[in-house]
Design a protein around this ligand. Structure first.
Ligand code: ZN
Ligand code: ZN
Length: 272
């Protein structure tokens, strides 16, 4: 695939550090939760995680690891355009294809933080899979890009197995940013025996907006007996609207520091 460090260094200014766990950071997805009306203290988890980890699932995952934050709008949305819209990005004198940049991002991050991720899984991953794209109105080539990306990451490709298929009946539920245990199904699953018993699954997604896709996919894996599911997401979208203090703080902090692949939201308790 080429040198992941060289590729990502070309566009290093586009990434934004994901904060470590602290008060004012959602302990699941690392965006900013609202503050409680009574005490003014932040909730532990944000309102979208609260919704997408809820009642319609068999079981959500508590382990979500975003590589970078991103915004959708404004001058600062270059990485969002690559990852969400699958646009090429200008890198010094040439253009980088989205799949190449996404694969290099995952490869470099995984190499640096494999122990952070396997620590959450309480052991090495036995399977690597991706969330099928069901997002309405997204480019058609988005549909197969994640399996292609896993295939480009040498540390992951040998454990890659396409496991999940989307259930069309629930596409509109996901589009409304709600999760559901039946949104995805594990291929080859029959009534009765669980086909993922004892497996520790690394679940890759490109973009985390509400968690509806990741949590629905994780739920389907758990329902088939997966022992642990760790979601690795390339971008966590953040909407730093002025009336969301904690999100504004996270985004300002992320924009003020240079991005560093040597830290992640798990291994940088200082947050700096
Ligand atoms: Zn959250
Ligand atoms: Zn780490």
């Amino acid at each position: 695939m080429g040198d992941a460090k060289a590729v990502t260094d070309l566009v290093i200014s586009l990434y934004r550090n994901v904060p470590a766990m602290r008060s004012g950071v959602c302990r699941i997805c690392r965006t900013g939760p609202n503050n409680r009306r009574d005490t003014g203290e932040p909730f532990d988890i944000c309102s979208s995680c609260d919704r997408t980890m809820g009642e319609h699932l068999y079981r959500p995952t508590k382990h979500v690891v975003p590589i970078s934050l991103a915004v959708r709008d404004g001058d600062d949305n270059e990485l969002y355009k690559v990852v969400a819209r699958k646009e090429a990005v200008r890198a010094s004198t040439s253009w980088l294809k989205p799949e190449n940049l996404m694969a290099a991002t995952v490869a470099r991050f995984y190499e640096a933080h494999e122990t952070c991720l396997t620590g959450l899984a309480r052991g090495p991953f036995t399977l690597v899979t991706s969330v099928p794209s069901t997002r309405l109105g997204r480019p058609i080539r988005a549909f197969h890009i994640l399996p292609q990306i896993i295939g480009m990451v040498s540390a992951l490709k040998d454990r890659h197995k396409p496991l999940l298929v989307a259930n069309d009946k629930y596409a509109r539920v996901l589009a409304k940013r709600d999760s559901h245990r039946d949104s995805f199904q594990v291929m080859g699953a029959q009534n009765g025996e669980q086909v993922l018993r004892g497996e520790r699954v690394l679940l890759l997604d490109d973009l985390f907006v509400s968690g509806a896709h990741v949590q629905s996919a994780a739920s389907a894996l758990f329902e088939q007996g997966a022992e642990e599911v760790v979601a690795l997401v390339i971008l966590r979208l953040i909407v730093p609207s002025p009336w969301h203090d904690n999100r504004v703080d996270i985004w300002q902090e992320a924009s003020a520091q240079p991005f560093n692949f040597d830290r992640c939201c798990l291994c940088d308790p200082a947050g700096g």
